[in-house]
Ligand binder design. Structure first.
Ligand SMILES: [Zn+2]
Length: 156
């Protein structure tokens, strides 16, 4: 089962190294946080390969996680999904991070506008809808990652 050739069928060792480096620099620059690492790696693979179905084993290796063991329980949060209204009530905000590894732009999103578009009960934690639509003000790229900021007031 274990394959040491580092060939993943559709991706070469060279491409894998590129992906790992792109991912590592995103992490180093703070462009992706713990909860978004897997998504970020998937986006990088999609960008490079143009494939929608990304092998999870490959993702795990890019992120540097051990492969999930067979039959491991996957615990999904089912009870409380934090909503946009919760964010607003807590005085928190959402930052968007540009999906282009070479850009690195981050900007804050207007919670009131998001609520208008997605509703107060929209659960942002596993969001794909907002993050796939954000447009980078610097490079105009559409799509990025979201991050909760605890205090949305500007600090400078
Ligand atoms: Zn950008």
């Amino acid at each position: 089962m274990e394959n040491d050739s580092r060939s993943d069928g559709f991706i070469s060792t060279h491409d894998f190294d590129i992906l790992r480096k792109a991912f590592a620099s995103s992490v180093a620059e703070g462009l992706t946080d713990e909860t978004r690492r897997l998504d970020h790696a998937r986006e990088l693979v999609r960008e490079l390969t143009g494939r929608e179905n990304v092998d999870e084993g490959l993702i795990s290796r890019i992120v540097g996680l051990p492969l999930p063991s067979e039959g491991m329980a996957i615990v999904l949060p089912t009870a409380i999904e934090p909503t946009l209204a919760d964010l607003k009530a807590d005085g928190q905000g959402l930052m968007a991070y540009c999906g282009a590894p070479s850009c690195g732009q981050a900007w804050s999103l207007d919670i009131d506008v998001l609520i208008e578009l997605y509703g107060t009960h929209y659960g942002y934690r596993n969001d794909r809808r907002i993050s796939s639509k954000v447009r980078c003000p610097r490079c105009q790229r559409v799509g990025g990652t979201l991050r909760v900021v605890t205090d949305k007031r500007p600090r400078f």
